[in-house]
Ligand binder design. Structure first.
Ligand code: PLP
Length: 362
């Protein structure tokens, strides 16, 4: 860690690799020999065209995206796509299946209900406070649905899908905001994958969408032009001025991921980091984790003590230890450590030391 920086466990926007931050600083006044900052640059310039094309190509290479998928950058973050997905994909039968395994998948379902003829609740773990991922047997899928929607990693509750549900010929659409590029995924098993980029890839305001070509071109008439996937695909995501700086950051972060060995290396590091926390949590009973062990996220680790007072004290002590953002989401309480790609293993090890000290002192 560079001098003066702390281990930031924020769920998003969250840490970026220091190598990338330094690169941004280095290029900030004069980007690609243009004599101007990327912040000031026309999105129609040759330099910027090279940046967005490199970002797309990097995503394709790093995630091993098949040739029949398009890679788009869209405004409005993941929440924008909660609305844009039904508008673009839900215009055949008008039926879509939503699996609700946490807060964001519930948000997507609510948006779906506004635009679809029939947004079905095809599975939910709400009755169990979202402490697990629904099993295949618990799903009630409709074969006529235009798509099945799920949230791959539940940022707030700290669970992750460990299997890809069988949806027959119905395309599966996954919100991967908080796990994108944290490990390899088989893109060909999904109709579409999308993510707000501020968890693992860049600053906020941008969504990445990876979508199978045959799902383009049937949007509802009410679809805002900037969220019409087919139009944006035709225009290389530049129908209007795109979020130029976040796209530039995606390019730098994906350059960095490639240099570091790609997603299998990320998976290895992320599993090691998560194991430091979970192994400790499993070895004691001062802190509790409430999520089903088999469904644990390796990106967002939630835990609590026996009382809200102690949780508060734990969170209050973080600054003195060089940490921030360990407070759990208000829906869950307790603590949450978000340990995305850019969180160094040393940061997680230091957190475990603090947890041990705090437990010993109480
Ligand atoms: C953060 C997050 C969102 C919301 O992203 P925005 O870009 O703020 O709309 C949606 N889904 C998941 C899984 C998230 O982690």
């Amino acid at each position: 860690m560079l001098d003066g920086r702390i281990y930031n466990f924020s769920a998003g926007p969250s840490m970026l690799p220091e190598e990338v931050l330094l690169r941004i600083r280095e290029e900030l006044l004069n980007c690609g020999g243009s004599g101007m900052s990327v912040l000031e640059m026309s999105h129609r310039s040759k330099v910027y065209d090279d940046i967005i094309n490199a970002a797309v190509e990097n995503v394709r290479e790093i995630m091993n995206v098949p040739g029949n998928y398009r890679i788009l950058f869209l405004h409005g973050g993941a929440s924008g796509l909660f609305a844009a997905i039904p508008m673009n994909l839900g215009n055949h039968s008008g039926i879509a299946d939503y699996i609700v395994s946490g807060n964001f998948s519930g948000g997507a379902y609510k948006e779906g209900k506004k635009y679809l003829k029939n947004a079905r609740l095809a599975g939910s773990s709400e009755a169990d406070h979202f402490n697990h991922i629904p099993t295949q047997q618990e799903l009630d899928l409709c074969p006529e649905a235009d798509y099945v929607h799920l949230c791959w990693n539940n940022t707030i509750f700290g669970t992750k899908w460990q299997y890809i549900p069988d949806t027959g010929s119905v395309p599966l659409v996954a919100d991967m905001s908080s796990s994108i590029m944290s490990e390899p995924v088989d893109v060909s098993r999904f109709g579409a994958i999308y993510a707000g980029v501020q968890k693992n890839l860049a600053p906020s305001g941008l969504a990445l969408l990876i979508i199978r070509e045959d799902l383009l071109g049937n949007a509802m008439d009410i679809t805002p032009k900037i969220w019409n996937f087919a139009t944006q695909a035709e225009k290389n995501s530049m129908l209007n001025t795109p979020p130029t700086f976040p796209i530039y950051c995606v390019k730098l972060v994906t350059d960095y991921l490639r240099e570091q060995g790609g997603l299998s290396e990320m998976k290895k590091r992320n599993e090691e980091k998560a194991a430091l926390l979970y192994d400790y949590l499993d070895s004691q009973d001062f802190y509790k984790t409430t999520v089903n062990k088999a469904d644990r996220s390796i990106m967002n680790v939630t835990f609590r003590t026996e009382s809200e007072e102690l949780d508060k004290e734990f969170v209050a002590g973080q600054a003195g230890h060089g940490f921030s953002n360990l407070k759990g989401h208000r829906l869950v309480g307790g603590m949450r450590a978000s340990i995305y790609n850019a969180m160094p293993k040393e940061g997680v090890a230091a957190l475990v030391e603090y947890m041990k000290e705090f437990a010993a002192a109480h």
